[in-house]
Design a protein around this ligand. Structure first.
Ligand code: ATP
Length: 341
């Protein structure tokens, strides 16, 4: 809908003024909470996603990602707080919300007797597409997800990657503005991951808002405008991947390989200024230097050689987003916040 003036929307028995769509954010969550017996799955969660952004939703198993996403997808109710999609409240106006979202759950049911085409056709009919428009829409989705050649294959004969593309295709049939994708890359091999990432990039270039959960932080970092970290039902960080990398760049992590015993590196690091030993690796170890200045790093390397360590390789590791995430968790733990295992 492109009207910028408020219009009337009827949902069930309720008649309410529609929000001014163009001005409202794609996703707006405010003090959202959901609890189950003995578990506070989502606690006082608030965040906003502007139109056209790609947001990564990151957290450990059981952190509250799926619960939050299911509420956004109108599949569950919050106990308190509110959530809106393009200005429409997910509880009060679920029909308006469903028109605007494409939901991809973390697993799809088994439809062993259906072909790819029948599956998409079933959902297209359910969404109200008829005649030529339905045929065209399905053809577009098949082409986008690179499934045209597999249209007549039974779903249980698809690989995991093909199945995930089909599931994404299903979420795209009605050309929604906002995509909510729960762990779409889980269980995919590297090639299928790259393909999925490519599709998400195209969708983002088309101006869609993508809210995507994953455990694979490094991949999310590449394609997301910002990352939202959730831990034990609470948002613990919201920022760009770049700002996350920066926050852990006060020290340099260096991988050292040695011709001799790793113990020599460990003992040397105990006495050397600016250096601490982090962990052993296959042919050496990882050390941390308390500065990122080139002069200090080269001094450390020079000293290693002068002290007779049989160094065969010395290189600075790029900071991973995972390091930043672990750092944030460590800071929270130090301040007394319980951390999920
Ligand atoms: P994962 O990455 O493993 O999918 P998640 O971050 O998506 O985890 P949720 O599925 O949202 O986490 O679960 C959050 C917490 O709520 C967990 O402790 C989970 O056991 C609990 N939970 C979720 N759904 C229900 C339910 N229907 N009944 C009871 N507890 C639930």
């Amino acid at each position: 809908m492109s009207d910028s003036l408020p219009i009337e929307v009827v949902t069930g028995v309720e008649t309410v003024p529609a929000p001014t769509e163009r001005t409202s954010p794609a996703i707006e969550v405010s003090q959202l909470s959901r609890w189950f017996p003995g578990v506070h799955a989502v606690q006082d969660v608030s965040f906003t996603v502007e139109r056209g952004q790609v947001i990564g939703f990151v957290g450990a198993n059981g952190a509250g990602k799926t619960t939050t996403m299911r509420i956004l997808a109108t599949l569950d109710y919050p106990n308190s707080g509110e959530a809106k999609i393009c200005g429409f409240d997910v509880v009060k106006h679920p029909v308006e919300v469903r028109k605007r979202i494409g939901w991809m759950p973390d697993h799809y049911g088994t439809y062993s007797n259906m072909t790819v085409l029948e599956y998409l056709d079933f959902f297209a009919r359910a969404l109200g597409y008829q005649g030529q428009e339905r045929i065209d829409r399905i053809a577009e989705v098949l082409e986008f997800t690179d499934l045209t050649g597999l249209a007549h294959r039974l779903i249980d004969q698809l690989s995991k990657g093909m199945g995930q593309r089909l599931c994404l295709g299903r979420a795209l049939i009605h050309d929604p503005e906002v995509l909510i994708l729960d762990e779409p890359a889980a269980g995919l091999d590297p090639k299928a991951r790259v393909e999925l990432k490519h599709l998400i990039r195209i969708l983002s270039q088309e101006g869609k808002t993508v809210f995507i959960s994953s455990h694979i932080l490094s991949e999310l970092g590449e394609m997301c405008d910002s990352l939202l970290f959730i831990n034990q039902g609470r948002i613990i960080h919201h920022g760009s991947a770049e700002s996350l990398r920066r926050r852990s760049s006060a020290t340099a992590l260096v991988e050292v390989q040695l011709a001799g015993s790793i113990d020599r590196l460990r003992e040397w690091a105990m006495l050397a200024p600016h250096v601490s030993f982090k962990e052993a690796t296959k042919n050496g170890g990882r050390i941390e230097i308390d500065s990122v200045e080139g002069e200090i790093i080269s001094t450390v390397l020079r000293r290693m050689i002068q002290d007779g360590l049989p160094v065969t390789d010395f290189h600075i590791q790029e900071r991973k987003l995972e390091d930043a995430f672990i750092e944030i968790l460590g800071e929270l733990e130090a301040s007394g916040v319980p951390i999920a295992s």
